[in-house]
Design a protein around this ligand. Structure first.
Ligand code: C2O
Ligand code: CU
Length: 584
């Protein structure tokens, strides 16, 4: 069983155990003896099963099991110890076991709340609050069911509950590390890159665009979704003038996957201020990396990108022969883009399809009718890519795959989630059952260039209650904290940095570090054996543990976040910060 399924199974079993005890308690209070005994038996079974899932999760990695071992297991044990013997004695008046059963239910419920609302890392405050909840709820039940314990016991319970509550709240309210993200550097000095050879103006504005024969209210660059395709040849100096006509919440341009100097990275509040209506900002950088990239606004990015503020950036090494098509996939107001295009291609023509996922969730791409190779991922060429046929690829949010093939005499079609998006003629082929390419084992391997790491960071991805500000929210968290409270990762120029990224949540998190490409070392303990994979966007699925590394060679303050932009906005954003380096 995968760790992801184990996490899900453990959650279901925990719910069953808590519900069994609580239901049993309620049934015995109502003197429904068979029901009470049945539910209590279910709870006992579930508790036994949980011993197995928790052990398995702990073996998969302490991150997955910490609070279950430290908080849930002791509470479940207390539940069994208190309720079990009383049930075995099978009392004549079933009502006398109501409170012990309810106690067991509260114990398992509060442990469940710790997992769902608090998660990783396990902490003393969460444990104390859980205990306070259990003791408090049991005392109330005692009262209501008219079987209050002796004075001494009640007093002791009250003291424990209050002490745990006070200690727990005190610990929870202790100030965390302030991230200290600088604001507003203003336009950085990018004048050193040389005279621009490509000048473009992108004007962001609300617009009505046509998609699939429908008029859709969008936010667009130069009135179109996607925005104009920006192309350059390696060595060009791009100058992009961003203007905002009427996007009230501001816009910026972020060059996704392009490792520009920090001042050009387009992250509001970090590398520049958002460009408000009537304002402009000029980006200038040299196109040193060839490959397939894209640009998008980074101001209220979840809404902004979804509404249409994105476009393609392609940098070619030199003029190329053959057909070179970009396929930026997006969902605009529920309509899948791009529309289907069909153009015949002469047999023997080299074709490159640049697939780009600009949505917040994974898409599945299947190229039918020809063998092909994956020439590049996230802008970096792969070593020794072998020929593939009848194989699908999964592209994470923000990711890019370049597929290349030589046009056969018969038609070829590219399907995205089953819909034909590009074709050279009619192709009817069921691609849904195709196996999916694992990029970690594709192409020719070569050894990792580093043998030691100067800095190691672990990012545990989860969900949790976040009390930042006045409104509590159910945030997407990293190491138990949500933006802006996640401490930055501090590195020095030249450091070799390793990230271990662990997903203990139930959602896929497409991870994206700005300003750098990371080399994949391993996934779930299996070393990457294929072509070196230099990625800027990769899906960390539930239960996954990824190890990636990079050299800190681009000073500045860089966003490091989930590219499911809803998650990023709901807390899953932190920053990589260079120490002792002026930002460029
Ligand atoms: Cu494509 Cu921080 O984003
Ligand atoms: Cu996410």
């Amino acid at each position: 069983m995968s760790t992801g399924s184990l996490l899900a199974a453990d959650l279901v079993i925990a719910v069953l155990a808590a519900a069994g005890w609580l239901g049993g308690g309620a049934a015995s209070a109502a003197r429904r003896r068979p029901l009470a005994l049945g539910l209590a038996a279910l709870a006992l079974l579930a508790t036994l099963a949980r011993a197995i899932t928790i052990t398995a999760l702990a073996r998969a990695g302490w991150w997955f099991a910490a609070e279950k071992v430290l908080i849930a297991a002791p509470l479940s044990l207390a539940a069994v110890v208190v309720a079990g013997p009383r049930l075995l004695r099978a009392p004549g008046d079933i009502r006398s076991v109501a409170v012990p059963l309810l106690f067991a239910g509260y114990a398992d419920s509060s442990a469940l709340l710790v997992t769902v609302l608090h998660g990783y890392p396990a902490s003393a405050d969460a444990g104390l609050l859980a205990v306070a909840g259990v003791v408090g709820a049991t005392a109330v039940s005692w009262r209501l069911l008219g079987a209050p314990p002796s004075r001494t016991v009640s007093r002791a319970a009250l003291t424990v509950a209050v002490a745990a509550l006070l200690a727990g709240t005190g610990l929870a309210a202790a100030p965390g590390a302030a991230p200290g993200v600088p604001h507003d550097h203003g336009p950085g000095d990018a004048r050193t890159v040389g005279e621009p050879t490509r000048r473009v103006t992108l004007t962001a504005a609300t617009a009505t665009v046509r998609a699939s024969g429908r008029d859709v209210a969008a936010w667009a660059f130069n009135g179109q979704v996607p925005g104009p395709e920006l192309t350059a040849t390696v060595g060009d100096v791009l100058e992009v003038r961003l203007r905002n006509r009427d996007i009230a919440r501001g816009v910026t341009l972020h060059w996704h996957g392009y490792d520009v100097p920090n001042s050009q990275d387009g992250v509001p509040g970090v590398t520049q201020a958002a460009v408000l209506p009537g304002q402009e900002f000029v980006y200038r950088f040299r196109a040193d990396q060839a490959g397939t990239y894209w640009y998008h606004t980074h101001a209220v990015s979840d809404v902004g990108v979804r509404m249409g503020l994105y476009g393609v950036l392609v940098v070619r090494p030199a003029p190329v022969a053959g057909i070179d098509v970009t396929v930026p996939v997006h969902t605009l107001a529920g309509i899948p883009l791009p529309a289907t295009s069909t153009e015949p291609v002469a047999a023997g023509t080299p074709v490159r399809l640049r697939l780009i996922n600009t949505d917040s969730t994974t898409h599945r791409y299947a190229l039918a009718g020809t063998p092909f190779r994956v020439a590049a991922i996230d802008g970096s060429d792969l070593h020794g890519p072998t020929s593939l046929a009848d194989t699908a690829v999964l592209i994470p949010a923000g990711g890019r795959y370049d597929l290349v093939f030589t046009a056969p005499a018969t038609p070829v079609a590219l399907f995205v989630d089953g819909r034909a998006v590009y074709s050279t003629g009619p192709v009817s082929k069921a691609t849904g059952g195709w196996p999916v390419l694992d990029p970690l084992t594709y192409g020719a391997g070569s050894p990792v260039p580093w043998s030691r790491f100067d800095r190691k960071f672990t990012l545990v991805l989860d969900r949790g209650l976040d009390l930042h500000g006045l409104l509590p929210r159910y945030a997407h968290t990293v190491n138990g904290a949500a933006d802006p409270d996640i401490p930055p990762q501090v590195v020095r120029l030249g450091d070799i940095v390793k990230f271990t990224i662990v997903n203990r949540s139930q959602a896929v998190h497409p991870w994206h570090l700005h300003g750098h490409h990371v080399l994949v070392l391993s996934r779930n303990g299996e070393p990457a054996t294929g072509s070196p994979l230099w990625l800027d966007s990769f899906d960390v699925r539930p239960g996954d543990v990824w190890e990636v590394a990079f050299q800190a060679d681009n000073p500045g303050m860089w966003a490091n976040h989930c590219h499911n932009l809803k998650h990023a906005d709901a807390g899953m954003t932190l920053h990589l910060m260079y120490l002792g380096q002026p930002n460029r």
